[in-house]
Design a protein around this ligand. Structure first.
Ligand code: TRP
Length: 449
């Protein structure tokens, strides 16, 4: 099989690819989702399980996705059809395209919030009413019917714009500049947040485990879901990105860099958010609004806080954009090949559908807040189905495919590991450890064991 398909787009450089994969991984998941899920799941013990999930399940599956994509040179569905024609593995691809629609539909809601806050800081920060401080402001904003939808739409328009322009010019370029800036800012803000007086409690919360929280089986599923979400795993975003890579780039180094950066990012974001959470007496399990309430408090206390707020929400929106782009690209790449659509047509059409699909998640905060499915509002339901069900199942199928469904010698060659001890350990994890672990975490979360 030839390594390259004529006419398919390619990354301009290895660095461009790594940055794009990092841009996909680092996003709202590291800051917004990591903070509130860690807060709700009890802190340190959760963090430990999360890191174990990244190392023992996440990184191997990340490598599996890169390997599949680069070898098959096709979108998620096409990749399985190329490597295993007529076999049921392609189910992972179909689930992946579905997940792209679902995740981006609610992701764009939160990205819209971030854009709104960014624009607020242009005019001096969120203008507070008399009651409720930043928590009150946030609540009022997200429950209003129209405003959040406008910002969500604007976010989707940007996302479509970048995907419209294409792999090299759009996706690769935007990542190179914005990612390093965000990293610097998060470090600076973490440093400042740790001067606010809540640091002791925060460090305790994040690093000194309360083992009793591990009795709740849902914590494991939450950790697994967060690991998949944060690494952009389990739906073929990294298969799609890997497919724009040619053979002369080494994969394992790229996989380790992406996973390490993503994890370090999340932990530093934790060090930025939790000291402030405790300093301002905010409940760590405050839920999805956590960063939108905590950070404005930080900025309020800083000299030049408005500028920091402006910079922070700009960069958070940019990080959300590079992740949103990877989500949209999964669906666009599939529709382009399957229906012979142009990139432009696919981006606009799918982007619009995803915007529509996201409307209920936004309205569920306010006028549709009575709609509750198994104790979750619409937004949480979309997130739960995608992150805690579809992604792990997708990851499970990907692991099984590379472990069992594909010739081992060929896999080792395609992955750049070759027949080395570490390559064999990787195969072992994909064959046995990861599938069993994912399966057990599922069973325990639904109460079977
Ligand atoms: N990883 C991104 C974040 O942390 C979100 C994301 C982008 C994603 N692409 C994905 C999540 C694919 C799951 C699958 O914000």
């Amino acid at each position: 099989m030839s390594d390259l398909k004529v006419g398919r787009e390619q990354w301009g450089s290895r660095l461009g690819f790594i940055l794009a994969a990092m841009g996909s991984a680092v996003g709202l998941g590291n800051i917004w989702r990591f903070a509130y899920v860690t807060g709700e799941s009890g802190g340190a013990a959760f963090l430990l399980i999360y890191i174990l999930c990244i190392l023992a399940i996440g990184v191997p599956i990340l490598m599996a996705e890169f390997t599949i994509g680069r070898r098959a040179q096709s979108d998620v569905v096409g990749s399985f059809e190329t490597l295993a024609p007529g076999k049921p593995w392609v189910l992972a691809g179909i689930l992946g395209v579905a997940s792209a629609f679902i995740i981006l539909s609610f992701y764009s809601v939160v990205a819209g919030w971030s854009l709104h806050y960014f624009v607020q800081y242009f005019t001096g920060g969120p203008s507070l009413g008399t009651e409720g401080g930043y928590g009150g402001y946030f609540g009022e904003f997200i429950t209003s019917p129209l405003q959040p939808l406008i910002w969500q739409f604007i976010f989707m328009a940007f996302t479509v714009g970048i995907v419209y322009v294409g792999v090299k010019k759009g996706i690769e370029k935007s990542n190179k500049i914005l990612m390093p800036l965000l990293a610097v800012l998060v470090i600076v803000l973490a440093g400042y947040s740790m001067t606010l007086g809540g640091t002791r409690e925060a460090l305790n919360f994040l690093f000194s485990p309360d083992w009793s929280s591990l009795r709740d089986p849902e914590v494991y599923l939450a950790a697994l879901g967060q690991a998949f979400f944060s690494l952009s795993l389990g739906m073929g975003a990294l298969i799609t990105y890997g497919s724009y890579l040619s053979k002369d780039h080494k994969l394992p180094g790229a996989a380790v860099s992406v996973a390490s950066l993503d994890t370090v990012f999340a932990i530093i974001a934790g060090l930025m958010i939790f000291p402030a959470v405790f300093a301002f007496g905010i409940a760590p399990d405050d839920g999805p609004g956590l960063v939108f309430v905590t950070l404005p408090e930080i900025f309020d206390n800083m000299t030049g806080g408005v500028l920091f707020g402006l910079a922070f929400f700009f960069l958070l929106s940019a990080a959300a954009l590079s992740s949103g782009v990877s989500l949209l690209e999964v669906a666009v790449a599939y529709f382009m090949r399957k229906f012979q659509w142009s990139r432009q047509k696919a981006a606009i059409f799918i982007g619009f559908i995803i915007f529509i699909l996201g409307i209920p998640s936004s309205l569920g905060m306010g006028i549709l807040s009575d709609v509750v499915i198994f104790g979750r509002d619409i937004f949480d339901t979309m997130d739960f189905i995608a992150s805690n069900v579809f992604l792990p199942i997708g990851g499970l199928i990907i692991a099984l495919f590379v472990g069992w469904g594909w010739n081992k010698a060929e896999v080792l060659d395609a992955s750049d590991f070759g027949n080395t001890p570490i390559g064999n350990i990787w195969i072992f994890i994909l064959r046995f450890f990861a599938p069993v672990a994912i399966f057990l975490i599922f069973l325990s979360a639904i109460g079977v064991i």
